[in-house]
Design a protein around this ligand. Sequence first.
Ligand SMILES: Cc1cc2nc3c(=O)[nH]c(=O)nc-3n(C[C@H](O)[C@H](O)[C@H](O)COP(=O)(O)OP(=O)(O)OC[C@H]3O[C@@H](n4cnc5c(N)ncnc54)[C@H](O)[C@@H]3O)c2cc1C
Ligand code: FES
Length: 285
Amino acid sequence: MNKVIERTMIVPNMHLLTVEAPEIAHKIRPGQFVIVRVNEEGERIPLSVADWDLDTGSITIIFMEVGASTGALAELKAGDVIPTCVGPLGNATEIKKYGTVMCVAGCYGIGSIFPVARELWHAGNQIIMVFEARSSYLLYWADRYVSLGAKIFNITRDGSLGIKGHVPHLTDIIHSLPSLPDQIVVNGCTFLMAHTSKVTKNLGIPTVVNLNPIMIDGTGMCGVCRVTVSNKMKFACVDGPEFDGHEVDWVEFLARRKQYINEETSYFRHSEPKPIEHKEGKCHS
Ligand SMILES: Cc1cc2nc3c(=O)[nH]c(=O)nc-3n(C[C@H](O)[C@H](O)[C@H](O)COP(=O)(O)OP(=O)(O)OC[C@H]3O[C@@H](n4cnc5c(N)ncnc54)[C@H](O)[C@@H]3O)c2cc1C
Ligand code: FES
């Protein structure tokens, strides 16, 4: 049982959830995730850990409300308990001194990439952040990245902040820099990761993506999270979730992610309707 310390909607459809999890807080490394079950009947869903506090023994997750489980998580209040929070799972991000690292993030990835950027900064790297969103009101946590001395670029679809456009405009940002970044890390929706990898492959910049396939056990037992990387089958939960974005079979990945779309949609159609809070925040993938 894990007690909820805080659950707040930080921007439309995006929530911050802090739960007591002292053992996880002491072991977690940037890039790792937990598996959460919101109630006894609930499914297990994987969520990255966006921050942790050793003093309070808590971990913080940023999640986007997209379906039944994240919808139930979005109703939690301080003092509630969740029956399952297992982790840390997956491999940690490889942290070393690359030189300049560009972190590209959108939707929940703006939160999940924070510990990665912080640790890379501690390792002596210069950090460049690129945030992508439909509009400026969907962006958050800029102050945290400013505290890392990061140079920040924004790409918004409506042009309300930074460059007006979409991921392909990343090329313009990269070309505006004095030199190419030495490493790129991407967190967020599948579209963002796939398109960033396409852009950076053309530029020859090593790119790591934090893959988000459907998962069940998260420990390499069920095979649901299999992905093809460098023409080899990998299990994202134990071999990843981070992989070389230039080597991922994105066509297969996108198809596998959508495999239960009818069931997910039908569940929603038959469940009790609830007031919709700002669905503009929905993922773009
Ligand atoms: C390693 C990893 C880290 C993740 N980190 C975050 C995070 O920090 N914040 C966040 O908002 N989301 C994260 N996700 C995605 C998150 O797990 C899904 O959004 C969530 O499971 C959706 O559940 P749902 O019932 O609310 O929606 P559903 O209606 O079940 O599904 C909505 C969408 O989520 C996908 N999905 C459904 N079940 C799963 C599952 N068990 N595993 C993965 N994807 C699924 C579906 O393909 C669909 O596209 C992560 C996924 C992985 C694999
Ligand atoms: S989630 Fe079951 S093998 Fe990865």
